[in-house]
Design a protein around this ligand. Structure first.
Ligand SMILES: *Cc1c(COP(=O)(O)O)cnc(C)c1O
Length: 335
């Protein structure tokens, strides 16, 4: 199968499985797991933060982060397209009693700061208390401009807002921009990072921030059911990914570029964006169903839609990309 649905579909590599098998473990709810502790310490150190917390998913990591910042009746400002707002079951509101204030993302994924300024509520009993600005990098595969991140985080600070970054794919930003993790996390109070996307671990996210915020998040993690026991078998996969899979993301970006170039040669299709490991393709509505079937019969999996997102990852070779392009072309020649 050539699976272009997401970078979450990657299988753990043989080396990763071996590292998982051999990991020293303990009961992490007691803080006893040496492998979890090592992952948390290394992640925090590389991000330039005081502390880290290992969580099963990025959704839980974002939620524990938001709940560490916000009390019941607080509000967070977030992009309309942000994962924390749109793709996490409304968890901030449902489980955190935090009111989202979504704002339209610009085409580059930023939230214009004049919109942010206008959305900050005055201290008045009519309003929820605006507490936090949440950004996402990459967003829709796009790297947020570094100048925007610097401006947005210092603006938030000047208004007394805390800042959270959903850095599920921060690793792709590192590779695409040659910035360090510490550079990218610098302006934020908390950052959530996923190891289960292009990094290829089966499970795992880390939240980093100050000791105080991470202590609060750890309490919420337990409440949310994310306190795990011998979790070192999972943390070992994440440590392995840091050592062996990070620089490999460059290949995913090259494959996405190649895919966009190939599909761009098909007149019926329009590449609407290509950045890091994602390609977005405008597919004529009437082609969606037959194209999805045609591709599937040739072993190519997509989440077909008129705004099709294709994602490259470590289980795809350059030959797989060629085969995918050829299949799309064959559909349109056959038509
Ligand atoms: C995948 C993802 C998450 C977390 O998703 P989980 O499936 O819960 O690990 C958060 N934010 C973004 C931008 C993501 O892509």
């Amino acid at each position: 199968m050539i699976d272009l649905r997401s970078d979450t579909v990657t299988q753990p590599t043989a080396g990763m499985r071996k590292a998982m098998m051999e990991a020293p473990v303990g009961d992490d709810v007691f803080g006893d797991d040496p492998t979890v502790n090592r992952l948390q310490a290394i992640s925090a150190e590389r991000a330039g933060k005081e502390a880290g917390l290992f969580l099963p998913t990025g959704t839980q990591s974002n939620l524990a982060g938001l709940m560490a910042h916000c009390e019941r009746g607080d509000e967070y400002i977030v992009g309309q397209n942000a994962h924390t707002y749109k793709y996490e079951g409304g968890g901030a509101a449902v489980l955190g009693s935090i009111q989202p204030q979504p704002l339209a993302n610009a085409a580059d994924g930023t939230i214009p700061l004049d919109l942010v300024a206008a959305a900050i509520k005055p201290d008045d009993t009519h309003f929820a208390k605006t507490r936090l600005l949440a950004l996402e990098n990459t967003i829709g595969g796009k790297v947020l401009p570094a100048s925007y991140v610097a401006e947005a985080t210092s603006f938030a600070k000047s208004k007394g807002l805390a800042t959270h970054l959903d850095g599920a794919r921060i690793w792709n930003v590192i590779v695409a921009s040659n910035a360090s993790l510490a550079d990218l996390c610098g302006g934020f109070d908390t950052v959530s990072m996923c190891f289960s996307k292009g990094m290829g671990a089966p499970v795992g996210s880390v939240l980093v921030g100050s000791k105080e915020l991470i202590k609060r998040a750890a309490r919420w993690r337990k409440t949310l059911g994310g306190g795990m026991r011998q979790a070192g078998v999972l943390a070992a996969a994440c440590l392995y990914a840091l050592d062996h899979h990070l620089t490999r993301l460059r290949t995913d970006h090259e494959n996405a570029e190649k895919l966009a170039k190939g599909l761009g040669e098909i007149p019926a299709l329009k590449i609407t964006s290509q950045s890091t490991n994602m390609v977005f393709v405008a597919v004529p509505e009437k082609d969606c169903a037959p194209l999805a079937t045609f591709l599937k019969e040739r072993g190519i999996l997509t989440l077909m839609s008129p705004n099709l997102r294709l994602v490259t990852h470590g289980d795809l070779s350059a030959e797989d990309i060629d085969a995918a392009i050829a299949a799309f072309k064959a559909f349109y020649v056959a038509k």
